[in-house]
Design a protein around this ligand. Structure first.
Ligand SMILES: [Mg+2]
Length: 357
């Protein structure tokens, strides 16, 4: 089965409310999707979004990257699946979102050609999962209201964005966790605190006996692995590494140093399906559980992530795959079903299960 063409398309989708973290504000989702065509009639889909501040990639660089890789891929036979994946990983440096888009589309076609949903091609069984939802960084009043709205529609786990000022962050976390004692909180500082600030704020929370904090995500700068370990060694709350870990090699480094309790895997950081699976396998060797996370991205990316969760359900125990729920509407037909906190895969849909964009 030969690859005959690759087409790309820009998708812009408004958000229900602006997405705000310690490092950025986003009002609409900007994505690039690709469709890889074959002479058998099968089509594979992939997507990536603008995450310049995290990966260095924008929709413009993704367009340039797709055009650059296209001549290497068109004309290749899907029977050379691993060679094509290797080519994508080696023909261009970094560009993890770009590589991830291509891997999505190639795994999509390949599992379709075997008449299997991707999760089954990867050996997965589970199809139903529960995700948290992100509460953007805002004033405490707004965050309380948005948390209440999320809880009212069934969310039991909230990921709250902090990282503005440590005293106000302490108040945010204290008020939210005490206001909603039955809810489990994931606190994401997006690198905003220094190691000492992290310890100070987390110790204060410990002294308040706040127990409904499940984890603290990336409190310190991405490249400050020693700082991350310094925090982890001194506080009781588990530490989740996010921006600090892109590649499987990063995962080994962090786990060898015992710098974190959990790893957040994202396709756009690790460069695709293969590395996501590899990171989960590495984490298993070290006895560490993973979160499957997402950038602000659309249904094609999130659906791929969910297939990976199913394939590594013993290791990926936490889901942060909420960004489709933050959109005013979902422009993608098919894929995972998003119903509030519940996300599921369809056993009748082959490949990723995307029907059209
Ligand atoms: Mg994060």
């Amino acid at each position: 089965m030969k690859i005959t063409n690759i087409e790309r398309k820009i998708l812009t989708t408004p958000l229900k409310t602006p997405f705000k973290t310690a490092i950025r504000r986003v009002d609409e989702l900007e994505e690039l999707t690709i469709a890889i065509y074959t002479d058998s009639g099968l089509v594979g889909y992939g997507a990536g979004s603008n995450t310049a501040i995290l990966t260095g990639e924008t929709v413009s660089t993704l367009i340039a990257g797709v055009d650059y890789l296209k001549p290497f891929i068109v004309g290749r036979d899907l029977e050379e699946f691993n060679s094509i994946l290797e080519l994508i990983q080696t023909k261009i440096k970094n560009s993890t979102t770009l590589k991830s888009m291509f891997e999505m589309a190639l795994y999509d076609i390949y599992s379709k050609s075997l008449n299997l949903p991707l999760y089954r091609f990867l050996g997965g069984e589970r199809r139903e999962f529960e995700t948290d939802i992100t509460i953007s960084l805002n004033s405490i009043d707004v965050m309380v209201k948005e948390s209440q709205d999320a809880i009212d529609i069934g969310y039991k786990i909230l990921k709250i964005k902090v990282g503005e000022d440590i005293n106000r962050d302490f108040e945010r976390i204290r008020v939210l966790t005490q206001e909603f004692p039955a809810i489990s909180f994931r606190v994401d500082a997006n690198q905003a605190w220094s190691p000492k600030e992290s310890i100070s704020i987390l110790k204060r929370l410990e002294r308040e006996n706040i127990e409904n904090i499940e984890l603290i995500e990336q409190p310190v700068k991405a490249d400050d692995i020693r700082g991350l370990k310094f925090v982890r060694d001194r506080v009781a709350y588990p530490i989740l590494a996010d921006e600090a870990i892109f590649s499987p090699k990063d995962a080994i480094e962090l786990l060898e140093m015992e710098a974190c309790d959990f790893i957040n895997i994202k396709l756009a950081k690790c460069g695709g399906v293969k590395n996501a699976l590899l990171i989960a396998d590495i984490a298993k060797l070290y006895g560490v559980e993973c979160m499957m996370g997402c950038m602000l991205e659309g249904a094609i990316s999130l659906t791929t992530a969910l297939h990976i969760v199913s394939a590594r359900a013993d290791r990926v125990t936490m889901l942060d795959l909420d960004s489709v729920n933050l959109l005013k509407f979902n422009p993608v037909d098919g894929g995972a079903k998003f119903k509030g906190s519940k996300i599921s895969l369809d056993r009748e849909l082959m490949g990723l299960g995307i029907l059209g964009v």
